[in-house]
Design a protein around this ligand. Structure first.
Ligand code: VGL
Ligand code: ZN
Length: 209
């Protein structure tokens, strides 16, 4: 379905960082394939924000913090936490954006997961579901009327960002070919089912006219 990009449409580019690309600590298969698509999409949007996963060493989401294996889960104060390899540690090369990401008209960069004891997949609200990042306020003040989401990873940070944008009242579109997934234990299928349930539309970059 063709979708015309308008002056009040916002693009949120999620976590296109070295650690989520091949060779990174939490590499998403083919993660760097989104870079040229994002570079081509972003100039068409008047409102563009980037999110950046930004954890302190010893973060609650790191398996190493708990002496556990990566990709297992534990219960923490705010619910079930998947344990990941150490990734996107503040100030490291892994936390930097992919070197070929070229989005000069991104006017906001929102860092998330910066508190030792709270993870944040969503670019809008952390895993305690209380702490906000300010991105929703930014989009609102910039006059965003619809939110388009792309980046890494489809089934975690893209999905939660889309959920929260939809919950905040925006019509939300996930540009699926400008995303790649981790796909851990059926997580991609579950994310797609949730998108459908919540009225979040899945589109391709080529649908944008
Ligand atoms: C992400 C797992 C842990 C993501 C971030 O960007 O999807 N996934 N931290
Ligand atoms: Zn993370």
């Amino acid at each position: 379905m063709p979708e015309a990009v308008g002056r009040r449409d916002a693009l949120v580019v999620v976590d296109v960082q070295n650690d989520f690309c091949p060779g990174g600590a939490l590499a998403v298969a083919d993660g760097d394939a989104v870079v040229p698509l994002v570079n081509a999409l972003a100039p068409r949007f008047a409102i563009v924000a980037l999110t950046q996963d930004w954890h302190p060493a010893g973060h609650i989401s790191f398996a190493s913090t708990h002496g556990r294996d990566a990709f297992t889960t534990i219960e923490v104060a705010y619910g079930t936490q998947v344990l990941w390899p150490d990734h996107c540690v503040q100030g490291t090369r892994g936390a930097e954006f992919h070197p070929e990401l070229d989005v000069p008209n991104a006017h906001a960069i929102v860092r998330k997961g910066h508190q030792l004891g709270i993870d944040s997949y969503s670019g809008l609200r952390e895993a305690d579901r209380i702490t906000v990042t300010g991105l929703a306020g930014y989009l609102r003040e910039r006059g965003a009327e619809r939110v388009f989401v792309c980046g890494l990873a489809t089934d975690f940070c893209v999905a939660w960002t889309a959920f929260d944008a939809a919950e905040a009242g925006w019509p939300v579109f996930v540009i699926v070919d400008a995303c790649r997934a981790i796909d851990l234990g059926g997580s991609l299928e579950r994310a797609f089912a949730e998108f459908d349930k919540r009225g979040i539309r899945r589109i391709e970059a080529s649908d944008l006219v």
